[in-house]
Design a protein around this ligand. Structure first.
Ligand code: FE2
Ligand code: FE2
Length: 187
């Protein structure tokens, strides 16, 4: 792509999709590791939540990858070995990541995708933004009430957008309208 003075500029949305794909792929691996530690620490509900969120991040990564391929590129992620601490500290780390994605990363990526008129990228970024906001909320609640988080719990994860909830009182996904029957149950 060239700008008005004929200088070649990068497709910023493609770079942002790759960054998001890398982030989601790493979050998936990190949350699975945090889930094992939460179970070991006796916080079984936190283990369930980490597994559900891990699945959501995997769905986001797959959605981002689809748009990357549509733009003619190959999705690339460098998976880092997660640093695992106590469940309390792992929740703090997770909240920090989700809040960054919710408040800074995805809003910025969305703005640029809109400027570049990339509707597919906007859709996948929007789906992730909504789910990360819910993850941040659920993790914050878990940290605040950690001693009450000892029961294994079923969470529902939308197979299309990754929306994550423990509620069962809806017919369609509040984000993408996928019917509830197509949510995955994860505990
Ligand atoms: Fe998340
Ligand atoms: Fe959804």
């Amino acid at each position: 792509m060239k700008n008005v003075s004929g200088v070649t500029i990068a497709n910023r949305t493609l770079a942002n999709l790759q960054a998001a794909y890398n982030g989601e792929s790493n979050a998936h691996v990190r949350y699975l590791a945090f889930a094992i530690r939460a179970d070991e620490d006796g916080y079984l509900r936190v283990g369930s939540l980490f597994r559900a969120a891990a699945r959501a991040e995997q769905i986001h990564a797959a959605n981002h990858a689809q748009v990357i391929r549509k733009l003619g590129a190959t999705p690339e992620a460098v998976i880092e070995t997660p640093i695992i601490r106590s469940t309390r500290e792992n929740l703090e780390t997770a909240i920090e990541g989700e809040v960054y994605e919710r408040d800074i990363m995805y809003p910025e990526f969305l703005k640029i995708a809109e400027e570049e008129k990339n509707a597919s990228a906007m859709r996948t970024f929007e789906f992730a933004l909504e789910a990360e906001a819910e993850h941040a909320r659920l993790y914050t609640e878990a940290l605040q009430k950690l001693e009450a988080m000892k029961q294994k719990t079923v969470f529902l994860v939308c197979s299309v957008c990754g929306f994550t909830t423990e509620k069962n009182d809806f017919d369609r996904c509040p984000v993408c309208h996928n019917p509830r029957e197509r949510f995955e149950k994860i505990d």
